[in-house]
Design a protein around this ligand. Structure first.
Ligand code: NAD
Length: 502
């Protein structure tokens, strides 16, 4: 498979990538890491080095946390009127929109994704996160609460109310699959609540975090309110999770790293929200609109190369239509055009790295060696070995790794079922509980399955329909808490009760 090197169309991207190295944003200043180490960030389509980013260490984390602590403790940011903070968040959204082509190209070069994924889905959604939470800045309220305390002093009254206050310094740690939207899902509610932030993007895909940081400075975010520290998860992420001056960790990533975050966070019992992995079932009932269901099932797994936390990686199809659906999804898979994400013809880019592609390929090979049937795909290609063909597997052992573990690539495992009870049991036979979709025209099947499947989101006759107003997060080992939706601002607030004798 030949991959032409495609230069970005945006002049600003070409210029930006010429910087000899990218620095850290700490206390409003762009600075080098103290030890001066760098990491290469690679274009996964070609394997070429795109840029050098700073490889921070624990000392740099200390400096960034101190800057965030100072910006929180001096009170200027959190006591800024909510209306002014809202305008600032809105300005960030406008700047993202104004730079949408540039940010989309940068994301594609760094992550590999087909350009349309960033340009039409993820980057506009990132801007909407800032607008949605801008609207909530002025709506953070408490309650007045009638008290029934019976030992109040005679002749006195008890008045009680609650206020909500920002939790403090937040460490936001994000993954590589959809970087900018992941940063926005944490920054927007944290800033709306009045918190200050140290953002640590994934080492594979730090470029849009750094460009976003420049836009935050341009929007007028005060020094120290947002700091960006790039580097390895085992160094920078671990130091943030364990840092005694960090009040909260907002993490999105794998379930395994989520456990490491919890270990680190226990020292000062910091607050933790976790958005983790998934193994989401797609259930197609016999009465489903088959054209829509087949296209939907294919999109559920192949969008963004399957590097989506809610990817529909387990496909359960009623036995009466199983062969037809499998053939339909396989036909779509065979027709997907792989290529450089910047090529307008490309429908699916490479995976983020050779390491991830090797991992996905190993899952496929192990399933086939174990007796599963490879209906289509399975190949690993490209000059850097980063492309994985859209893959459909049947006859897999329900207890095998390909069925139970998150593969995080364009690989779906299909199995037939005979009745609703059987498919509910199969859908729930997982340690994860992030999302599911159900395809049916039958109202009672739609309600019954939505209720019985243990997952944070159940889509009916659609999959991966995202909206900043809709909470997203996991049951079981898919996480703690929810992002998006009005409730997400509560992740960054503490309730204070005030009780007075008057
Ligand atoms: P990952 O867990 O390897 O890394 C995520 C982030 O954690 C990165 O910034 C990484 O540098 C950092 N990190 C790594 N080790 C660390 C440590 N010991 N301490 C602190 N931080 C550390 O995940 P990934 O491979 O980048 O992303 C893929 C995973 O993210 C998948 O499991 C996917 O399901 C999950 N994800 C979940 C959601 C969701 O909303 N539930 C969304 C997107 C991705």
């Amino acid at each position: 498979m030949q991959i032409e090197n495609i230069a970005p169309a945006q002049e600003t991207v070409r210029e930006w990538l010429k910087k000899p190295r990218h620095q850290l944003l700490i206390g409003g200043q762009w600075v080098d890491p103290a030890v001066g180490r760098t990491l290469s960030t690679i274009n996964p389509a070609t394997g070429e080095v795109l840029a050098q980013i700073a490889a921070a260490d624990a000392g740099d984390v200390d400096r960034a946390v101190a800057a965030a602590r100072k910006a929180f403790d001096d009170g200027q940011w959190r006591s800024m009127t909510p209306a002014i903070r809202a305008r600032l968040l809105w300005r960030i959204a406008d700047l993202i929109d104004a730079h949408i082509d540039e940010l989309s190209e940068l994301e594609t070069l760094d992550q590999g994704k087909a350009l349309y994924v960033g340009r039409w889905a993820e980057i506009p959604m990132a801007a909407e996160q800032f607008r949605f939470f801008a609207g909530l800045c002025t709506k953070v309220t408490g309650d007045t609460i009638p008290s029934s305390i019976n030992y109040q002093p005679a002749g006195k009254r008890v008045a009680a109310y609650t206020t909500k206050e920002p939790v403090g310094v937040v460490a936001a740690i994000t993954p590589w699959n959809s970087p900018l939207i992941m940063h926005a899902m944490k920054l927007a509610p944290a800033l709306a609540a009045g918190c200050t932030v140290v953002l640590k993007p994934a080492e594979e895909t730090s470029l849009t975090a750094l460009r976003l940081a420049e836009l935050l400075v341009e929007a007028g975010v005060p020094a120290g309110v947002v700091n960006v520290v790039t580097g390895l998860g085992s160094v920078v992420g671990a130091a943030l999770a364990a840092h005694p001056q960090v009040d909260k960790v907002a993490f999105t990533g794998s379930t395994q790293t989520g456990r490491a975050i919890l270990d680190g966070a226990k020292g000062n019992l910091k607050k933790v929200t976790l958005e983790l992995g998934g193994k989401s079932p797609v259930v197609i009932m016999p009465d489903a609109d088959l054209d829509a269901a087949i296209a939907g099932a294919a999109n559920a797994i192949f969008f963004n190369g399957g590097q989506v936390c809610v990817a529909g990686s387990r496909l359960y199809v009623h036995r009466s239509i199983f062969d037809k659906v499998v053939e339909g999804v396989a036909e779509i898979a065979r027709g997907i055009r792989l290529g450089h994400g910047l090529s307008p013809d490309t429908q699916m880019g490479p995976l983020v790295s050779k390491r991830q592609a090797d991992r996905v390929k190993a899952y496929i090979d192990a399933a086939v060696a174990d007796g599963a049937t490879l209906v289509t795909g399975g190949g690993q290609k490209g000059p850097a070995g980063t492309f994985i063909e859209p893959t459909l597997i049947t006859n897999a052992d329900p207890k095998s790794a390909i069925v139970c573990e998150e593969v995080f690539g364009p690989v779906v495992v299909a199995a037939p079922f005979d009745d609703v009870a059987e498919v509910v049991a199969a859908a729930n036979d997982t340690e994860f509980g992030l999302a599911a979709s159900v395809w049916t025209q039958d109202l009672s099947a739609a309600h019954r399955l939505s209720s019985d499947i243990r997952a944070g989101t159940v889509w009916v006759n659609c999959h991966s329909f995202w909206d900043v107003a809709l909470p997203i997060g996991g049951f079981k080992q898919s996480g703690w808490g929810r992002e998006s939706g009005a409730g997400a601002i509560e992740n960054y607030l503490e309730i204070k009760t005030v009780c007075m004798v008057l």
